[in-house]
Design a protein around this ligand. Structure first.
Ligand code: BV8
Ligand code: ZN
Length: 265
């Protein structure tokens, strides 16, 4: 049964959670778009988010990129523009402080905005790739993005084979990245901080279940309950998980306050 900690501060519950964190040997973080909302990057599924304007199945699939690159690039330009110039917020810095203090093994992020690295996190695994490069799926070359890629209206072409380029992100229907490394990290961790994700996208949403299966704890930081909070089965019942604690509120506040206490002697 999840224990919910409101930002109003359930002191006893919070200190119970901090105590459990202090006893964890190998915490890991899993983050989603919600951790970057306070950096000005809208998330995907909250009302008015990107997917309401550009439905994922219509714009963010590998198939649409191959069939109709100009259409797919309408979404990519929007994401490129929202990511450009964004700065890390206190939630990113909180995870970097934990890692710096040796109290976090690494961050598995679904985000493509590079803000964990910008805040000082070193071990960041981008399961959905990044928006800082363009990649050619035909000859496998990648180039760094420049602002024109998202301000011009044409589809950038590969200099080597002149095929259309795509952002170096994982689209729906494309295999995710670094899964072996991620499984190795999460199956040896004993506590996962799940920050700002609706836990709807597979296989990233199987990470908390892998931690739970290995006997670990799930600490969720979100504005609301998610599929994970009350218990979800990722992969149709094979892997289920339920949060042990839910810290309700903006991660910039809740996660920073939690980390302050977790790093106190
Ligand atoms: C794969 C690219 C196979 C664009 C993204 C049917 C059932 C189950 C699964 C599937 C299915 N049909 C297809 C699938 C698989 C599919 C999938 O999971 N679909 C779902 C939608 C049903 N997955 C895939 O296709 C993956 N690939 O399976 O490949 C394969 C294997 C081998 C060979 C070939 C193929 C690929 C998935 C990656 C897709 N790409 N983005 C881009 O980013 O540029 S996914 C997209 O969603 C983003 O990457 C995003 O990170 C990700 C997850 O979303 P969230 O990060 O959770 O964001 P969201 O808005 O949903 O939630 C934000 C949360 O934050 C909310 O809870 C909100 O309350 C909270 N929040 C907001 N503000 C704050 C906050 N919390 C705290 N503080 C705040 N201030
Ligand atoms: Zn090429």
């Amino acid at each position: 049964m999840v224990k919910t900690i409101e930002t109003t501060g359930n002191i006893s519950l919070e200190s119970e959670a901090v105590h459990a964190f202090k006893n964890a040997a190998r915490p890991v973080a899993l983050t989603g778009a919600g951790i970057s909302v306070e950096s000005g990057i809208p998330d995907f599924r909250s009302p008015g988010g990107l997917w309401t304007v550009y439905p994922a199945e219509e714009y963010a699939t590998y198939d649409v990129f191959i069939r109709d690159a100009p259409k797919a690039w309408k979404l990519y330009r929007e994401i490129g523009k929202t990511v450009e110039g964004a700065k890390p917020n206190p939630a990113h810095f909180a995870l970097a402080r934990l890692e710096e203090a040796g109290r976090l093994q690494g961050v598995v992020t679904q985000n493509i905005d590079g803000l964990h690295q910008a805040s000082g996190s070193k071990n960041v695994i981008e399961i959905h790739g990044d928006h800082q490069h363009l990649q050619c799926v035909h000859c496998n070359s990648t180039i760094p993005v420049v602002r024109e890629h998202f301000t011009d209206n044409n589809v950038p072409e590969c200099a080597k084979c002149s095929k259309p380029l795509k952002p170096n992100v994982v689209l729906f229907g494309e295999a995710v990245r670094h899964m072996e490394e991620i499984v190795a990290l999460v199956t040896t961790c004993d506590l996962v901080l799940v920050v700002g994700t609706s836990a709807l996208v597979a296989p990233a949403n199987s990470v908390p279940a892998l931690v739970k299966k290995a006997g670990g704890l799930i600490f969720e930081f979100n504005m609301e309950k998610t599929a994970l909070t009350e218990g979800m089965d990722a992969f149709f019942g094979m892997l289920d998980a339920e949060s042990d604690y839910l810290f309700l509120g903006p991660a910039g506040e809740t996660l920073s306050a939690f980390v302050d206490k977790a790093l106190e002697d």
